[in-house]
Design a protein around this ligand. Structure first.
Ligand SMILES: [Zn+2]
Length: 441
């Protein structure tokens, strides 16, 4: 079975064999030592594998900064070359209706931004992923996915830009209040349509055939009162080597989707652990809470934007050809301010997401009761996420608990729930204690 990258860059030789490997120190027993058990899991990766994963993830910290600066440079170029003013002029020639002018502007602006951002996107999303052996994408496939993404974003951008400029024309300096209310509806709309309508644009979703995985997932769903009778799988392996799953619902149709990497490269205890985590997000209502949180983040951003935009316009408006607040030619200036705010707010938004992920982790442990499954899959995720960051690093950059935190959580949970387990016969037995002799995929 192909279980990761092959060749000199292989990340997973030791933990790659499918199935849960329970290190000796992590065996259930009367005196399980959380720290020792966690360390035993950490030792499953060789120093070379660790170094490689650390380098990939630490490079990602800088990548966030370069991405922000690159985006800023593109926005400033569009402004100072007066391309933005020219797109506004074209829009005015096409129609005299102001709302349509902002729509025409958005129809030109979004593909232009996409094109200018493509070199960076290629480096960060294609070249670098391949260099670390994390991607399965062909260049053509990658470009086609990017193009489809751009069409999708253009439709959403037209809706958002037309609406927000309508608020600016009607409410002048108070536009930001209306824009914040709009953002809430917009985020909910995007969260709701993404799994059902947008994800199938990129991947093919098919019902999972009857078998142990399907019955385990449906049993978990019933136990957690998730009205799902649909278990789907999708072909993520054409893009990436990462494992993932999600639970999503719209109008009473709830579906659990597993990616094929999860199905083909991990074991049943790991699948149950991952699905338990995703069910946590669903049951704890994280999409709705996330929409509320990010509405507040955007609301504050709009307020800051209102203060800085007028200053910037007075200063550079003439040079960039921006006439007034409601002139779509000012959009790149507005987005430059907003992106600076969002960049600086990243540690804050990371904290919010991190808290939700921790809650889902604990929910998943309690629901799936697969501490070794969760510890093992957390080690697999260590291929692209530094396993043991410093506390400051985890605070600033992590939006999910680190691998070490997750293994520690699993081992603590195991230590406190010994009564649920019969001791496993030996470390050679690949089932978990909760599923003695369970067949691994
Ligand atoms: Zn999650």
């Amino acid at each position: 079975m192909d279980c990761g990258t092959t060749g000199p860059r292989q990340i997973w030789p030791s933990i790659c064999p499918p199935g849960v490997q329970i290190p000796e120190a992590a065996q259930p027993g009367p005196e399980i030592d959380v720290e020792r058990a966690t360390q035993a899991y950490m030792n499953l990766l060789s120093p070379e594998q660790r170094a490689r994963s650390d380098a990939y993830f630490e490079g990602g910290y800088w990548l966030q900064l370069w991405q922000f600066l690159y985006g800023l440079a593109v926005l400033l170029a569009i402004l100072s070359l007066r391309w933005s003013a020219r797109m506004r002029d074209w829009a005015e020639r096409v129609t005299s209706r102001r709302w349509l002018q902002s729509a025409v502007y958005a129809l030109m602006y979004t593909p232009l931004m996409w094109l200018l951002s493509l070199p960076f996107a290629w480096y960060a999303g294609f070249a670098r992923e391949h260099a670390y052996g994390l991607s399965n994408h062909t260049f053509g496939g990658w470009l086609w996915d990017k193009f489809k993404g751009m069409l999708m974003v253009t439709v959403l951008a037209v809706i958002a830009i037309v609406s927000i400029y309508a608020f600016i024309r009607r409410a002048a300096a108070n536009w930001w209040g209306w824009a914040t209310a709009f953002m809430f509806a917009f985020l909910l709309f995007v969260f709701l349509i993404t799994p059902v309508f947008l994800n199938p644009i990129f991947n093919k979703y098919q019902p999972l055939a009857d078998g142990p995985v399907r019955s385990a997932v449906l049993s978990l769903a019933r136990a957690n009162e998730i009205p799902a009778d649909n278990v789907m799988w999708f072909d993520a392996s054409k893009q990436t080597k990462r494992v993932s799953a999600n639970v999503s619902g719209l109008f009473g149709t709830t579906q659990v989707s597993l990616n094929d990497n999860l199905l083909n490269r991990t074991s049943l205890p790991e699948i149950k652990a991952v699905v338990g985590h995703e069910m946590g997000h669903y049951v704890l209502d994280h999409p709705l809470q996330g929409a509320v949180f990010f509405t507040l983040v955007f609301g504050l951003g709009f307020l800051i934007l209102e203060r800085f935009f007028e200053r910037g316009r007075r200063r550079w408006g003439e040079r960039f050809g921006i006439r007034e607040r409601a002139d779509p030619a000012g959009l790149p200036l507005a987005l430059a301010i907003l992106s600076a705010y969002l960049f600086l707010a990243t540690p804050l938004t990371n904290r919010y997401i991190y808290a939700g992920e921790t809650a889902a982790d604990l929910y998943g442990l309690n629901a799936a009761r697969e501490p070794h499954g969760f510890a093992t899959v957390s080690m697999r995720l260590g291929a692209h996420r530094k396993l043991e960051p410093s506390p400051l690093e985890e605070f600033l950059f992590y939006d999910h608990p680190s691998g070490r935190r997750r293994v520690e959580m699993s081992m603590r949970w195991l230590g406190e729930n010994q009564g649920l387990f019969t001791p496993a016969p030996s470390s050679q037995d690949r089932g978990t204690a909760a599923n003695p002799g369970a067949e691994n995929q």
